[in-house]
Design a protein around this ligand. Structure first.
Ligand code: SF4
Ligand code: SF4
Length: 202
């Protein structure tokens, strides 16, 4: 059948003289502009994010990791863009609503595994339990709660202590060998606080 062959030759010759349909990424003069609803790379807003970790818990792809460094008292939140599926769950469930947002940014290709285009991370200061040393929350998280709860914070010693710290430096006091009722007004995790109520009440 010579007819189909002629058609293919015609297509080949015409496409040789016409402009290509594809763009010469990444050498295009005008980068591609995605539509407004496009779901691209999620980015943290360091000023809004409080480091609560909800986004990591809801991420179905496990693209967000949380690493607590007890010695440095820091929490690192990291988005790995090679794992991200751009579902938007992190943005939807963010407790501050705008701590993380999907952007129009779609370039994830990198030449080097350590290249920053591959991931994004932010760091937050941690509050540790004065008795067991376990992380309780980030400082930003406590401050966020204080702002939202107003006078109700005086019902919780941890928030009360943090409120006081906003005005003055409070020297850290040591917990004695055994937790006692007097320690209730120290920076303690819920487990240690619970121990005082249960054990020192006997
Ligand atoms: S967009 Fe989806 S996959 Fe990507 S970090 Fe957010 S929750 Fe995880
Ligand atoms: S404030 Fe939002 S972005 Fe920050 S850790 Fe919590 S859920 Fe994630």
């Amino acid at each position: 059948m010579i007819l189909p062959k002629l058609r293919e030759v015609k297509e080949a010759v015409s496409s040789f003289f016409s402009k290509p349909y594809t763009s010469k990424y990444p050498f295009t003069k005008e980068p591609y502009k995605p539509v407004e609803q496009f779901r691209g790379k999620p980015h943290y807003d360091d000023k809004v994010c409080i480091g609560c970790g909800t986004c990591a818990q809801v991420c179905p792809a496990g693209a967000i990791t949380i690493t607590d460094d007890i010695e440095k008292k820091t929490r690192t939140l990291k988005i790995n863009y090679t794992h991200c599926i751009y579902c938007g769950q992190c943005q939807e469930h963010c407790i501050t609503e705008t701590g993380i947002k999907l952007s129009n940014d779609y370039i994830t290709a990198v030449f080097n595994a350590d290249d920053k285009a591959d991931f994004e991370e932010i760091q937050k200061q941690l509050v540790l339990c004065q008795n067991c040393g376990e992380p309780i929350a980030t400082i930003d998280h406590l401050d966020w709660l204080i702002d939202r709860l107003g006078p109700k914070i005086y019902g919780h010693p941890l928030l009360m202590i943090r409120k006081q710290e906003q005005f003055m430096d409070i020297p850290e006091s040591e917990v004695k060998s055994k937790l006692r009722r007097e320690d209730l007004f120290k920076t303690l995790c819920p487990k240690c606080r619970h121990k005082i109520v249960i054990e020192d009440g006997r």
